[in-house]
Design a protein around this ligand. Structure first.
Ligand code: UDP
Length: 329
């Protein structure tokens, strides 16, 4: 039997790197691709010695070529934090739109199945709670998050069009807030922000009054859900996330307890269009994939904190985008 081959874009990112690990473990030949704008090779350094792993430094917004056959493509390349959307808005739009188009074309040429990473951001600041897949969302196309939200909505549209028009095998996962080892420090997302602040001895910054909610999924659970979705025959979008919802204030208290920091919570202005509430309805994933999250927040946060503690101190002060995008305090 010939070995199965998978292309993973965004391979050096948080989720992409965990996907690479999973497919290596499953016995695949893994081709990772990343332009390294927000990805970090340290996330996949351990894979370079393997004969079943290869890496292409490439921007998928430009024509993508991969020699040989491909069984699966997982498109996970994209900036994924609100700071990124403000700093690199055009790249964010291009990777979700042009990048997806290129990868759909590649999937068609290779007769491969493609799974694209969509997001709970397609629901915008939701007026329906919790969010199920049949809710169409409440998105501001010209707000700061519009570059991400609309690129992902376009991504879903073009992916469905390739499915219906070309008969391509496609999968769409709507990913809710996910956390775990290899999240990028200082990229503005709440978990690395709080843990980074605790480790640097700074106050924890809650935005707004901290009453907005999120529902955090541990990365291993998410990867399992994605793997099952890829192997399923479901071409319509599926939410994957952990429905355990908490306020940002409660989350800050959990981080204070976990890290033992003696710092306090300080309040900063709420970013424009910051969703007030978010919780996945995962009944579709449970019914179709037999999937539910297994790792509770206490367990997941401990594993994540252990990871951040194990990094060298310098990394706590690293800018999220290298020298081109210095960290402003
Ligand atoms: N947030 C916060 N302090 C921070 C960073 C984020 O209170 O230092 C809030 C943010 O306003 C949002 C929530 O935490 O309501 C989650 O933010 P994140 O950027 O992690 O993800 P998203 O808003 O995309 O869910």
């Amino acid at each position: 039997m010939t070995q199965k081959r998978v292309l993973i874009t965004g391979a050096a990112g948080f989720l992409g790197s965990h996907l690479c690990d999973r497919f290596i473990k499953e016995g695949y030949h893994v081709i990772g691709m990343d332009n390294l704008i927000t990805g970090d090779l340290r996330n996949i350094e351990h894979l370079f010695a393997l004969k079943d792993f290869e890496f292409y430094h490439h921007d998928v917004s430009k024509f993508v070529f991969v020699p040989g056959h491909l069984d699966y493509i997982l498109h996970f390349a994209s900036p994924a934090s609100p700071i990124d959307y403000l700093k690199i808005p055009i790249q964010t739009l291009k990777v979700g739109s042009l990048g997806t188009h290129n990868l759909l074309g590649l999937a068609k040429a290779k007769n491969a199945r493609i799974l694209v990473a969509s997001t709970s951001e397609v629901y915008g600041d939701p007026l329906v709670h919790p969010q199920s897949e049949d809710y169409w969302g409440n998105v501001n196309p010209v707000g700061p998050r519009g570059v991400y939200d609309e690129a992902k909505r376009f991504q879903e549209a073009i992916t469905m069009a390739y499915h219906t028009y070309h008969g391509l095998e496609t999968r769409i996962v709507r990913i809710f807030n996910t956390y775990g080892p290899r999240m990028r420090l200082n990229d503005g997302r709440v978990l690395p922000a709080f843990i980074g602040q605790a480790l640097r001895g700074e106050d924890l910054t809650a935005f707004g009054d901290g009453s907005q909610t999120r529902s955090f999924c541990y990365v291993d659970d998410l990867i399992e859900g994605i793997y099952r979705l890829l192997m399923s025959d479901c071409s319509s979008p599926v939410n994957i996330g952990n429905p355990d919802e908490i306020t940002i204030n409660e989350f800050a208290q959990e981080i204070i307890q976990l890290t033992g920091t003696t710092q306090k919570v300080v309040y900063k202005p709420l970013p424009t269009d910051d969703p007030k509430q978010r919780q996945p309805d995962i009944s579709k994933a449970t019914a179709l994939l037999g999937w539910t999250p297994k790792v509770n927040r206490q367990e997941g946060l401990k594993l994540t904190f252990d990871y951040f503690k194990s990094l060298s101190k310098d990394r706590l002060y690293e800018a999220p985008h290298g020298r081109d995008f210095p960290l402003k305090s």
